[in-house]
Design a protein around this ligand. Structure first.
Ligand SMILES: C[C@H](N)C(=O)N[C@@H](CCCCN)C(=O)O
Length: 544
């Protein structure tokens, strides 16, 4: 008897990778918006009309607000429930719409239309104390916070709900399309594109703010808003692909992994889950909040010679050329993962390194902190899938978490104590900065590539969705707290410093190195617990 095998969209490699591309491009745009103001902290500190008069505390409070509702109103938990009840395609479009709504509010807060408006007056006089949050000992705002920062924070809170909901939805979407196929590679590729988003933001946010020699910080946010419109379109196109897939398979939306509040108790009983969650919050708190200040930290610790207006290195075309070179580095590093033929593989690697050196040289010639820091996510683009593949076939995830934490400590200490020694030594400082940023980038590949695939080894497959929602929630606490703390520590340790490019970053960097030490200790405990309880974290995911 001949069996007729019905082919579905996900059986076609081209179509399932198209589905991934739609989801990953949407997240690429989301990651750009997450850090849209990070490389222009110095501009935001200046008075209106150049900036908006945000000191480090205002900047940090606004940056930390992204995760406020996720943490304190438990939105991430609701997002898990919505995803369960309504399915991937609905939640994807919803997350895109929520991100866009939040981004529009943030744009309005930064725009010139907000300045002098009745809304500005209202926000200046209100919302300094919100009783319900004050009872919890937290507050999204404070007395004297600029109204533009308060409204931007409101928008960023809404954006953050959409972005984190998008994060868990995309992960679930990848499982739906890639289960039993190249799932780890698909997840690694999605993260790689997200990293490229951060690099894109570092280059283009200051570029748009300074375009045409006239500074307008709202242009950077407008650029982010346009990208979020594209993200929403990507999610809508995905909606129709996903609907067609369900029509072909005869499945309603996947409901085999529902979020249940009762699951939480079961998850919290796992000591391995606690250790991984703690490591996750400690490690990511030393990375994402740092990303929001890194460009300003480089501006404060390096000596930049002003590049004359009208010179080749100051031109718009150089930004475009440098970005194209960055894309070539990212593409060749990424392709390295797929090429089987050895000579071709190493030729690709050599090409990638060559272009990386070219990129670094241009960053040095442009004397620009943002293009120096933009190399940070580049290594992750190439290495994360390689390390993911290593964990799949050889294991050693717990050891990689320990190594990643060690590198993190070394980098933050180098930024705190070694980089300032090169103040005045233009080339030496830039070389130390590049090397440290690249090492930090490899640490940022080691930890995500080993941490996220370890979660399924710690909890029952049925409650993996709930476990991811919970781990994101715990992580979001750090992502709210540490941008805020860095800002407060900066203001406290730099009294009377009015030039935003002359701040002393030693104390915040020591705090971040401290997080690395705590992550290292947890990583070592995790290794012991793994051995004792046989969690299998050092085992490969794919057994021969
Ligand atoms: C910020 C977000 N909550 C996060 O943790 N992002 C991770 C990736 C999570 C897995 C996504 N499929 C990151 O490393 O960016």
């Amino acid at each position: 008897m001949t069996e007729v095998i019905q082919k579905t969209l996900r059986d076609s490699a081209a179509l399932r990778w198209t589905a991934l591309l739609l989801l990953a491009l949407a997240m690429f745009c989301a990651y750009i918006f997450m850090d849209i103001l990070s490389p222009i902290k110095d501009l935001m500190a200046q008075a209106y009309p150049v900036g908006r008069g945000w000191d480090s505390t205002a900047f940090g409070t606004m940056q930390g607000s992204e995760t406020f509702l996720n943490v304190f109103v438990f939105f991430l938990i609701f997002a898990g429930i919505i995803l369960d009840k309504m399915g991937v395609r609905f939640t994807a479009v919803l997350s895109g719409a929520v991100m866009l709504a939040g981004a529009l509010i943030k744009y309005y807060a930064i725009s010139t239309a907000f300045h002098g408006s009745g809304i500005e007056v209202w926000f200046t006089n209100h919302l300094n104390h919100i009783p319900v949050f004050e009872q919890l000992g937290v507050s999204p705002f404070y007395e004297g916070m600029p109204a533009s920062a308060k409204v931007a924070a409101c928008g960023f809170m809404i954006f953050g709900c959409g972005a984190e909901m998008g994060g868990i939805t995309v992960s679930r979407g990848i499982v739906k399309w890639f289960k039993g196929r190249e799932m780890a590679l698909a997840m690694g590729s999605e993260m790689a594109l997200a990293r490229l988003g951060v690099a894109t933001c570092m280059i283009f946010s200051p570029f748009f703010a300074k375009l045409g020699g006239h500074i307008d910080v709202s242009r950077s946010v407008a650029f982010g808003v346009v990208l979020l419109c594209i993200a929403l379109i990507m999610f809508i196109v995905y909606f129709f692909m996903d609907k067609k897939l369900d029509a072909q398979t005869g499945e309603a939306e996947e409901k085999d992994d529902p979020f249940k509040v009762s699951d939480i108790g079961q998850i919290l009983k796992s000591s391995g889950f606690w250790l991984v969650s703690l490591l996750c919050v400690l490690y990511y708190s030393a990375i994402f909040p740092f990303q929001k200040y890194a460009v300003n930290m480089l501006q404060c610790n390096l000596t930049f010679e002003p590049v004359p207006e009208g010179s080749f290195w100051a031109s718009t075309s150089v930004t475009i050329i440098q970005y194209v070179i960055m894309l070539i580095v990212a593409a060749t590093a990424f392709m390295f993962n797929f090429i089987k033929n050895k000579p071709a593989k190493y030729a690709t690697m050599a090409l990638s390194i060559l272009f990386l050196v070219g990129y670094c040289y241009m960053g040095y010639m442009r004397q620009s902190a943002e293009s120096i820091f933009a190399v940070f996510p580049l290594l992750a683009v190439g290495i994360t899938p390689i390390l993911g593949n290593y964990v799949d076939h050889k294991g050693k995830a717990a050891s990689m978490l320990v190594l990643g934490s060690l590198l993190l400590i070394a980098c933050h200490l180098t930024f705190a104590f070694i980089l300032p020694l090169f103040k005045g030594n233009d080339l030496g400082g830039v070389v130390v900065a590049y090397v440290t940023i690249l090492v930090l980038g490899s640490s940022f590949s080691l930890v995500p590539a080993s941490l996220w695939p370890s979660v399924p080894k710690l909890v029952d497959a049925k409650i993996i969705g709930s476990a991811y929602a919970l781990i994101f929630w715990i992580q979001n606490i750090g992502l709210w707290l540490f941008p805020l703390l860095i800002g407060k520590v900066l203001d406290a340790t730099n009294p009377g410093v009015t030039d935003p490019t002359r701040l002393n970053y030693t104390a915040p960097l020591l705090m971040l190195a401290g997080l690395g030490v705590a992550a290292l200790v947890i990583g070592l405990i995790l290794k012991v617990v793994d051995k004792k309880k046989g969690l299998g974290l050092e085992e490969p995911n794919i057994k021969a």
